[in-house]
Design a protein around this ligand. Sequence first.
Ligand code: B12
Length: 267
Amino acid sequence: SPIHSTKVETWIVMKTFVNDLSAYSSGVSERQIGWYNDVLPASLRQPHHEDTLAVVVLSTPDMFERAFLPFMEKGCCQGVSDPIDQCVKHTINSAISQKVEVSYDYEMLPASRKPKFLAQTAAHVAGAAYYYQEADVTDHPWGDKKKFGVCIHPRFGGWFAIRALLVFEGVQVGCEVLQSSPPDCVPSREARIQLLEDFNLRWQDWKYRDIIPPVQRYSQRQRDYFSTRPAQRPALLQEWGFLQKEKGGSQLEPPASGSLIPHSGHG
Ligand code: B12
């Protein structure tokens, strides 16, 4: 089995719809690449056969305490890249034991500067979390002012993040895998308007995440972390005693502007 679930399952939500794969799929959501490519233009598609099995990895609210803080405590965080991104990479790498192509939410395609995978579209077609977009609001009131869409998970509401897409190269699934729609937990037009406005205009107040009552939320400490601008986060971690100040500068520098990873450290 490609995934040793013990470590990953503590911080990744589980959704499985294939009985014979359920043994290893704890904490992940399988789907076929074709479902993803079907809704996207050619430039954003995954370059894989349409029947290829792929997995979207989400992080749950206790990711911070169960994976991130222990990762920092063990001193695993090194170099200049974002601590959250390093922790996600470390956790997923250590969970995988066969050839799996992993794309992270913070990775961009070098040529087009587009995201390597669209996390929200992936979560939606996987049946993990409904992706509410402008088009899901009939007669929306926003005119030309584009509103970004947001995924809502049936158990965690908005208190989760979509971390990676795993593609199992060579593992082909056929009609035994049925695509399942994500639960539509924000069915009314009014609530969808509220959700998209909260997400776009005041995402900093966390309210959009409570559009449905979640089973768990981010801790105060995690909120403090994500409320801090990425460039200031190393200083916060130092304050918490995780990063030692070294002679000649801090161990973790804020990314230079124009860095290769402009949108990393999402929460
Ligand atoms: C770039 C980016 C940003 C940028 C720009 C904002 C944006 N949304 O583009 C900045 C830095 C501003 C940003 C800010 C934030 N972000 Co951001 N961001 C991203 C990132 C890296 C890429 C998004 C992107 O460029 N998409 C490209 C556009 C074109 O895609 P699209 O609008 O979905 O359009 C496609 C679909 O409509 C699809 N499509 C067409 N028809 C259909 C039909 C169906 C049924 C489906 C499913 C799809 C589909 O085709 C279109 C493309 O052609 C993603 C991670 C990722 N790798 O996806 C996170 C992500 C979207 N961000 C996220 C979050 C939480 C935030 C913040 C709240 C900050 C935070 N605390 O982390 C703020 C919110 C700001 C705001 N008001 O939007 C989360 C959202 C989680 C969720 N529940 O949905 C994501 C998924 C990151 C994560 N790891 O979870 N972000």
